[in-house]
Every structure is written in C-alpha cells, then in structure tokens.
Design a protein around this ligand. Structure first.
Ligand SMILES: Nc1ncnc2c1ncn2[C@@H]1O[C@H](COP(=O)(O)OP(=O)(O)OP(=O)(O)O)[C@@H](O)[C@H]1O
Length: 350
C-alpha cells in the first residue's frame, strides 16, 4: 500500500492525550484540558498549560476537561483539542496526510464515535479508525491476542476502568465501570473536606493520591503528607497532615468497585479461557495501575497473578499505533476479520 503520510495513534483519554507516531514512538503526552475565552469561544491554551489554569482562571477564561467519566462531555472542545494535537504532530504537511487510529473512552456513544472520526478527518487525517480500549491496551502491553488463549486486561484510566478477556483477537467478556483515577481524586477531596473541614482542589487530591495512597496498606509503614487548602470554618489558608491509612479509607469504596468488576468478568469467562488466565495472570494498564499496591489488592482478591504492564500510561497509545501497522492483517473491512468488532474503519476519499 502506498503510504502518503505517517501513521498516528491517539489515546484520547479522559485524563491524558498520548500521541504515538510510527517509527518515532510516543511524541506527545498532554493532559486533556483546554482553556477557552468564554466571550469569544477562542482556545487560549491546550494541554499542560491549560491544566495549570484549572481552578485558577479569571472570570472570562475557563479551563475545561472535555472528556469526563469516560464520555465526551463537551464535543466541540474535544474536536478543537484533537485538531490542535494532530496539527502539532503533523505540522503543515497538507500533502502528506496521516492515517489516524483513535482510542476513545468506553462510554462514548456510536454518534460520538462517528463525530470523533469526522473530527480526525477535519483535523487532517487521510483515514481514521477507532479502536476499543481493552484491545489497544492489550496490543500496547505486547500481549499476543491472536492466539486462542484467554488474556485478561484491566485498564484503569482517569474516567473508567475497562476489564476484558481477549482471545483470537476479539473480546470474549468485558465490562467498563465509571471508576478510575478521577474518582479517587474526588473521594480524597470529599474526605478531607468532611474530616478536616479543609477545601482542596482536584489537583491537590491527585497529588495526595500519587504521593501516599496505597490500595493495600496492611503491613506497610504509615506515610504522612502535608496538605494545604482553605479552612472551611474561617475561610483562611491552612495546612494539615494526612496519612496513607486515612487516604485508603477515602478510596476503599472505589477500589472495591474495581475489584468487583474484575470478579464479574472472571465469572463470565468460559472455563477454558479461565484456565489460561490462571497460567498467564491479569495484566494491568492505564495510569491507575501505578496506584501503589493495586496489583497486590487484585491478586489477593482474585487469587491470580497480577502483572503491571511495562509502561502502563503509554500502553493504549502504543497499542493504537501497533493496530495501524497490523491493519493489513486485521483488515477491519474484511467480514471474517476477528478484529472486525473492535476496529471500526471509516474510509474517506484519500
Ligand atoms: N503514580 C500514580 N499513582 C496513582 N495514579 C496515577 C499515577 N500516575 C498517574 N495516575 C493516574 O492515572 C490516571 C490517568 O491514567 P490514563 O492516562 O491511563 O487515563 P486516560 O487514558 O486519560 O483515561 P480513560 O482511559 O479513562 O479515558 C489519572 O487519574 C492519574 O491521576
């Protein structure tokens, strides 16, 4: 096939956008945040620059996270963000349009999915494809999903956790739950407000999670952290000390939801494939896999081996790129392709 431009894989995540270019690897990692001038609708900043503005903008500017809880909450802003990133990677190469594979959050509807593919074409793609998250995560983690053996992937992202058993390139059993890193952050913010009468922002909640949260704190030394916010009683700035046990209590309900989803998918898995999973274990991907001891918790609750993928944050983006290189094998247009269900193609005149 004649290649007119680069192959680009995009993980359009709730928390982060990762862009992978064939032959170069991950070329761009940015938070999925856009700052907009409310009066003109003009984009002021995208990515990390916009993220620094979250909760700190003057009246006329708003910093938006257009993807929330695994769905596209603001389509127009998502489109602008997508265009910005494709433009940044592709430059002004009008004659060398790329093929783009986008991995979208699992809660996205068919209409939104089509809209994303169209936005990708508008942004300069020659062809656009959409891939389901667990499949991209598995490909990115280097799992051989083309064989008739069950592989379980748990992708813990910002907005959703996707649990799937894959075999022969297809999804045999899967569930998505709207719990991910964002819900942990929210739970921490709420806990600190309730227990310490201290108002903190989303970003501080995330910092606490990354720094001291532990999914299995038993037998671990207690870790402390200083946290600053606004005292809800007198409105003044205040500093408190929180510890890893307190933060575990804040997030334990969300951890149980993830563990229960894993158990539900295991219950739905055909026995032959369940036996493969005993041999191969469960692979964790997504930023949530970096939460301390989440692998220990899932292993303890399921009795299975749990492995964290090599670069959990980049897995999905790498997988989107790999899927593009495998299109000649996976040909989504082919009726009998095992990946037909998971890779949907939208061929525009190129
Ligand atoms: N060291 C860490 N410990 C705990 N959580 C982390 C760590 N590093 C990143 N995260 C969390 O991972 C989440 C982002 O993960 P990721 O980039 O995989 O999500 P996403 O692909 O944007 O989301 P989704 O798949 O739901 O659309 C954030 O909630 C972030 O706080």
């Amino acid at each position: 096939m004649l290649h007119l431009g680069a192959d680009i894989g995009i993980d359009l995540g709730t928390a982060n956008i990762y862009v992978y270019v064939k032959g170069k690897g991950i070329v761009l990692k940015e938070p999925s945040v856009v700052a907009i001038d409310k009066s003109s609708g003009k984009v002021i900043a995208v990515g990390s620059k916009a993220r620094r503005m979250l909760g700190r903008t003057p009246g006329n500017i708003v910093a938006i996270r257009p993807l929330r809880d695994g769905v596209i909450a603001d389509y127009d802003v998502t489109e602008k963000m997508l265009r910005y990133f494709i433009g940044r990677v592709n430059g002004n190469k009008v004659l060398f349009k790329p093929r783009v594979m986008v991995c979208i959050p699992s809660g996205v509807t068919g209409v939104e999915e089509r809209a994303v593919r169209e936005a990708t074409i508008q942004a300069g793609a020659r062809q656009s494809f959409v891939i389901e998250e667990p499949l991209a995560a598995a490909l990115g983690a280097g799992l051989d999903i083309s064989q008739p053996g069950g592989t379980m992937v748990v992708d813990i992202g910002g907005g959703t956790t996707d649990v799937a058993v894959l075999s022969l390139g297809g999804i045999v059993a899967s569930r998505a739950v709207r719990v991910g890193g964002d819900k942990f952050d929210e739970a921490i913010v709420k806990y600190i407000r309730k227990e310490f009468n201290l108002a903190i922002g989303e970003r501080t909640g995330e910092e606490i999670k990354v720094e001291i949260a532990n999914a299995c704190p038993e037998d671990k030394p207690i870790v402390e952290m200083q946290v600053r916010g606004r005292n809800l009683l007198d409105g003044l700035p205040k500093e408190i000390t929180v510890n890893s046990w307190q933060i575990y209590h804040a997030i334990s309900e969300n951890l149980s939801l993830i563990v229960n989803t894993v158990k539900e998918v295991l219950e739905e898995t055909p026995p032959e494939l369940a036996s493969d999973i005993i041999d191969k274990g469960i692979v964790l991907t997504g930023g949530g896999a970096l939460l301390q001891d989440i692998d220990t918790l899932i292993a303890r609750e399921t009795g299975l081996n749990v492995i964290i993928a090599e670069d959990p944050l980049s897995c999905v983006a790498i997988g989107t790129g790999r899927a593009l290189s495998m299109l000649h094998v996976l040909n989504p247009q082919q009726k009998r392709s095992p990946l037909r269900k998971a890779v949907k193609a939208n061929h525009y005149a190129g």
